[in-house]
Design a protein around this ligand. Structure first.
Ligand code: KIV
Length: 312
């Protein structure tokens, strides 16, 4: 009897311990991280919900976009202008794109991280295109790449290498010299029809998203109806399946006049300027640092220093 009771008590104790362990395990669970967004999931989102893409150039900007719940963080080659002070996107190198992509990868935990293939990294051959895409994934941590223009061959080869591809048509800034400036594309019927054909070819080649930049709204809508992959507009009207803006434009960090399609949601440049000016005022007036912003002296340090240094 005693043994039985003891046994029961032991069992109860073990059950109690198990329950305790389970409770402790439950308590110690880290906050649930939503599963990462995937390329197939975005491809399947067409018609179900509007997609949101934002560019980022580093960990803080990617972390902010990720925390805001965007679907895609794009490390766009526009970072040449937005973050590196260059006049266009043409000079940014593959190594520079990898550097920024790696930083953004640390911030984009949930959103799909897409890296732009820079000018010169895919125009020379299909093999170069695949090699460059592989480097952006392996060294930068990108989970997909984007390339500009009608490049179905390169797209198919990169997809065959296992890397999801975002296509980009319309005003593709790497072709600025061919366009003779940053001009709205697809304004004539023939050019518009060509763009629709290009979109269909890129979809057939395996692209899972299509960015449409600076084209008339009816063309954005027509392409969106014509392809089964989601279109992401930037100056392509409200008929696209989603929209993208450049981080610096959206948050008021970029200098100079913004394109027509930009809507500013914050004035970060203004906030930064006034924050830094207030810091400068405090330093000059001796208000910074205050006691609470200063490490306290260990007992006797000030007196010991005074003794050792004399009157200095
Ligand atoms: O480089 C970039 O920021 C882009 C977006 C405009 C889509 O390609």
């Amino acid at each position: 009897m005693e043994r039985k009771t003891g046994h029961r008590a032991q069992g109860a104790g073990r059950r109690g311990q198990d329950a305790g362990r389970r409770a402790a395990a439950t308590v110690r669970q880290p906050p649930a991280i939503p599963p990462p967004v995937t390329a197939p999931e975005l491809r399947a989102a067409k018609g179900a919900r509007r997609l949101v893409m934002v560019t980022a150039v580093d960990e803080p900007s990617a972390r902010a976009a990720d925390a805001a719940g965007v679907d895609v963080v794009l490390v766009g080659d526009s970072l040449a202008m937005a973050a590196l002070g260059r006049p266009d996107t043409l000079s940014v190198t593959l190594d520079e794109m990898i550097h920024h992509t790696r930083a953004a990868a640390a911030g984009a935990r949930r959103a799909l991280l897409v890296a732009d293939m820079p000018f010169g990294s895919y125009q020379t051959s299909v093999a170069d295109a695949v090699r460059s895409a592989c480097r952006l994934v392996a060294e930068g941590g990108a989970r997909a790449v984007k390339l500009e223009g009608p490049r179905p061959e390169e797209t198919a080869a990169i997809v065959a290498a296992g890397i999801p591809v975002v296509a980009h048509l319309g005003l593709t800034p790497q072709s600025v010299h061919r366009f003779g400036g940053y001009r709205v594309q697809g304004r004539e019927v023939e050019a518009a029809l060509r763009l629709i054909d290009d979109a269909v070819a890129l979809e057939r080649a395996g692209a899972f998203l299509l960015v449409l930049e600076a084209i008339p709204a009816p063309l954005g809508e027509a392409v969106t109806r014509r392809v089964a992959i989601p279109t992401i507009g930037i100056g392509a009207g409200p008929g696209c399946d989603g929209q993208v803006l450049v981080f610096a434009d959206l948050l008021g960090l970029s200098a100079g006049p913004a394109p027509r399609f930009v809507r500013r949601y914050a004035d970060l440049a203004g906030a930064a300027r006034s924050g830094i000016a207030a810091f400068a005022d405090d330093v000059r007036a001796g208000r910074y640092p205050a006691a609470a912003e200063t490490y306290p002296s260990p007992a006797g340090l000030a007196a010991a220093l005074a003794r050792r240094l004399g009157g200095d």
